[in-house]
Design a binder for this molecule. Structure first.
Ligand code: AMP
Length: 572
């Protein structure tokens, strides 16, 4: 299908772009009462010609399909906002979800935003420890979850979470207590009418936890104004056109699944497909076919798995509606970009962003020639650069093809506003007007950006950020573990796998039984997405003289690479 791209010419569009002008695509709350994400995504459409249009199409595990119009979704989210009022939630309170991709997750998100409370989604394969860390650091007041997830992973934490006022269970009809209540019952009793209160564009809206190299997860806080970026990137990168059927495969437990799996498509008034199931190549191809998907946003790990199947999907499935395939989350191999040509008849368009940026910042736009392996060019309205950064110095590198830190000029609307309870760390991530992303990259002479690597020890596994410290802390709780260090080991399929080096306490055996025991322990505590996939027992860990584990050195040794500067090494 040849539809003219919304952004037809990058250079001229960028030179005349302004965020102020983009605001005309949003409505704002009635009577100039501010800007609220949920109003932009749902209520304004429900009050106009899109009223009966499908907002969400939920594909359940058994493949049955449930459609929800913009109008129905307005009523559901109104009810949930009223439920929050009923249980005493007010502006700024944090509402957590711990759910699979079921309708409750989606109406919880928008109902929370309507109430001007802050929505924080948790990945449903987390184990109890990551859940505890996030709810306690985020001062969670409410958690929405299922009975099964609650029993397996949350009940055991309740005593340690005294601030958590209420748990709403999605699949029970009876309240267990004042604290553990039935969501369906409360929804039934609640009114389906709700007026979104005045919302300042700077009011907090979303809290996303992301991993740090040191310390526990960082809570990046975003405000309602971020919706301007969700809107603009939907229009110019995902190239939404009014009749589009769109599918984002990311889970809302990660930022892509929220910004682009919940908000951006609805703000742009398109139909959003949600699949409850995990990756399954045949299922995915048949969803693309049956649902006549036009725009598909997925991730490198999934694309590599599809490539392995050795079929040409466009020959076996009717994919003629597909206009755009995009990828984010990890580097997209050049072979994958060109495989897209063969598989779908179009290159796969890579783009770059991160939790802190709230929305896509660098992209291969549909109208632009693609350079396989490159992340593309900055979003209009976003200034990106490569810089030399040290404790004392900051210099923008203007020479092309020279590696350095990827930095962004402060001021785009979806920029995170703080790390919750960690202002100092927030300020440290800026040098003057520039935000230091933590990634290393290069820019070529034509302005395309190329990813080089992380500047820190953070692990990207199947597109998910894992902080080594969080894993090490959990391992240390095992009775046999004296010390632990965790690295990302390159893996062809999932990008990096989590590998742990462990020093055992005296008298514990370094054998396979021990490995299995520690692996089982870690999976239970952290969940399978975060727990180490490989364990090696070692006599000692390389450390600096100040006692910091040199993960970089462990990684170099593991990969047989040069060890680099070891002058601070205390012991080998
Ligand atoms: P997250 O905050 O979990 O979304 O992870 C963001 C990080 O993922 C970035 O800082 C990069 O390290 C990595 N990342 C995201 N998109 C890309 C991409 N297109 N190419 C390379 N790395 C990426």
């Amino acid at each position: 299908m040849s539809l003219t791209p919304n952004l037809a010419d990058y250079a001229s569009f960028t030179s005349s772009f302004s965020w102020e002008k983009e605001k005309s695509g949003l409505s704002g709350l009635p009577n100039g009462q501010g800007l609220n994400i949920a109003h932009e995504a749902i209520d304004r459409h429900a009050a106009g010609p899109l009223k009966e249009k499908v907002s969400f199409r939920f594909i359940q595990q058994d493949r049955s399909v449930m459609d929800c119009s913009y109008h129905d979704f307005m009523e559901l989210t109104n009810r949930f906002a009223n439920v929050l009022g009923e249980i005493g939630i007010t502006k700024g309170d944090r509402v957590f979800s711990f759910l699979g991709r079921i309708p409750e997750l989606y109406f919880t998100a928008f109902g929370t935003l309507k109430k001007v409370a802050v929505f924080c989604p948790l990945f449903n394969v987390f184990g109890p420890e990551p859940i505890f860390q996030r709810i306690s650091r985020g001062d969670g007041k409410v958690l929405v979850t299922t009975k099964d997830l609650f029993e397996k992973k949350v009940r055991q934490l309740l005593e340690r979470l005294p601030e958590l006022k209420c748990v709403l269970l999605t699949d029970t009809d009876k309240d267990e207590s004042e604290r553990i209540r039935s969501l369906p019952r409360l929804m039934e009793q609640a009114s389906d009418e709700f007026t979104v209160p005045p919302t300042d564009p700077e009011d907090p809206a979303l809290l996303h936890f992301t991993s740090g190299t040191t310390g526990l997860p960082k809570g990046a806080l975003h405000v309602h104004q971020a919706v301007l970026v969700h809107y603009a990137t939907g229009k110019y990168v995902l190239d939404f056109h009014p009749d589009d059927i769109y599918w984002c495969t990311a889970d809302p437990g990660w930022v892509t699944g929220t910004s682009y799996g919940i908000i951006s498509p609805l703000v742009n008034g398109v139909t959003n497909i949600v699949d409850e199931e995990e990756f399954d190549a045949t299922r995915w191809y048949s969803i693309l076919e049956e649902q006549k998907v036009n725009v598909w946003y997925t991730a490198p790990t999934a694309i590599r798995r599809l490539m392995r199947m050795n079929i040409i999907p466009k020959e076996q499935y009717k994919l003629e509606n597909l206009r755009l395939v995009l990828s984010v989350g990890e580097p997209l191999n050049p072979e994958a970009v060109t495989w897209g040509e063969k598989a779908f008849g179009m290159p796969i368009l890579d783009n770059w962003w991160q939790t802190e940026t709230g929305g896509i910042m660098i992209a291969n736009f549909r109208s632009m020639p693609v350079r396989p392996g490159s992340m593309g060019k900055p979003l209009p309205g976003v200034e990106a650069a490569i810089a030399e950064v040290t404790e004392e110095d900051f210099n923008i590198i203007t020479e092309p093809d020279k590696g350095g830190h990827l930095v962004l000029k402060r001021g785009w609307p979806s920029m995170f506003r703080t790390y919750l309870h960690d202002e100092e760390r927030y300020h440290k991530s800026f040098k003057g007007d520039w935000y230091i992303t933590g990634d290393l990259a290069k820019r070529d002479a034509d302005g395309y950006f190329w990813f080089v690597g992380r500047a820190d020890d953070i692990i990207k596994t199947s597109g998910h950020m894992v902080g080594p410290f969080e894993v090490e802390s959990a391992l240390m709780a095992h009775p046999a573990v004296a010390e632990a260090a965790v690295i990302g080991k390159p893996d062809q399929m999932i990008g990096e796998l989590v590998k742990a080096f462990i020093v055992l306490k005296p008298h514990y055996n370094a054998d396979d039984q021990q490995k299995q025991d520690i692996t089982g322990f870690a999976r239970k505590k952290l969940g399978p997405a975060v727990a180490p996939k490989e364990i090696s027992f070692v006599e000692s860990l390389p450390k600096t003289r100040s006692g910091k584990i040199l993960r970089r050195l462990l990684k170099a040794r593991e990969l047989g690479l040069p060890e680099g500067d070891t002058s601070t090494l205390e012991q080998a």
